[in-house]
Design a protein around this ligand. Structure first.
Ligand code: GLN
Length: 283
């Protein structure tokens, strides 16, 4: 009995594509079926006529229903690629975004190789920024903080999974776990969306932790705390790098200038939108 043999790979995908939004379409159907079968997408093409088992179909259908109800694909599969790393993610962590790789590139350009450097990632979430930097700069000593115990546990799991030993994980809000410590570089992708922004109640964002997304009336509450405290935690000529929303560059350059930073600049992401503002602390 059961559905065994009822659908082959190709039929299962076509049926799913008919139910998913046009935006998700075939790409998401293939991603979810690959996950269920533990095969890559090339395998799906080569095995289009292979019959699927009842359990495989039931597992796939369950994930499909959750996607149709709005859950992000990365929470359904439990992981997402970032930089060179495949990271475990879950509802306690923001899902790493491709635009955050810009921040990693800008940070690496300011972290010379072959020197012991002290680096901090504030609000690390899944550990994306801290682990990317630590993997590229094995001699750096990286500290990753998060106020969410669930997020910090996920970040530590990702460090173990990738055998990255040069990151320490500290619980707490922004500067609170870092009293008395100074760094050569501090990076953060803090929450920066305005509390009343309607996007928070739409699409995938509804499922991500609000504490990782929203930060006050203008979205800048966390960034004000970070920019204001950074001079007390940077060594002379140390850098602060902040990810932010595409319309916040000017406000953040002003905050950094007010705090005494120099060489302040805003860099654009692959979609040509302001995304990262950075500054040097003259000491
Ligand atoms: N880039 C995310 C978004 O707009 C927000 C991430 C954040 O607030 N740090 O979907």
């Amino acid at each position: 009995m059961g559905n065994s043999g009822q659908f082959d790979v190709s039929q299962c995908l076509s049926r799913a594509v008919g139910r998913l939004s046009a935006e998700d379409g075939r790409h998401v159907a293939e991603h979810l079926l690959s996950h269920v079968l533990g095969k890559d997408r090339a395998w799906l093409f080569a095995h289009a006529r292979d019959p699927l088992g009842a359990e495989e179909i039931a597992h796939f259908d369950a994930l499909l229903e959750r996607r149709i109800a709005g859950e992000p694909v990365a929470y359904l599969t439990g992981h997402r690629g970032f930089w060179t790393l495949d990271l475990a993610v879950g509802p306690d962590t923001l899902i790493p975004r491709p635009e955050t790789e810009l921040l990693v590139e800008l940070a690496l350009a300011r972290l010379p190789t072959g020197r012991v450097l002290e680096v901090a990632d504030l609000g690390t979430g899944s550990g994306a920024i801290a682990l990317a930097l630590a993997s590229e700069r094995p001699q750096a000593r990286v500290v990753a903080t998060d106020a969410s115990a669930g997020a910090l546990a996920m970040a530590e799991r990702n460090a173990r999974m990738h055998d990255i030993g040069n990151v320490r994980f500290l619980p707490g809000d922004w500067w609170q776990p870092l009293a008395g410590q100074r760094f050569d570089l501090i990076a953060s992708n803090p929450p920066y969306i305005a509390d009343a922004d309607p996007h928070l109640r739409q699409g995938d964002l509804r499922h991500e932790p609000i504490s990782a997304l929203a930060s006050g009336a203008d979205g800048l509450d966390a960034i004000r705390v970070i920019a204001g405290g950074a001079p007390g935690h940077l060594r002379a000529d140390g850098w602060l790098l902040l990810e932010h929303g595409w319309e916040q560059g000017k406000a953040i350059r002003e905050l950094l200038a007010l705090a005494g930073f120099v060489d302040i600049a805003t860099e654009r992401d692959l979609e040509a939108r302001d995304r990262v503002t950075l500054g040097r602390w003259p000491g």
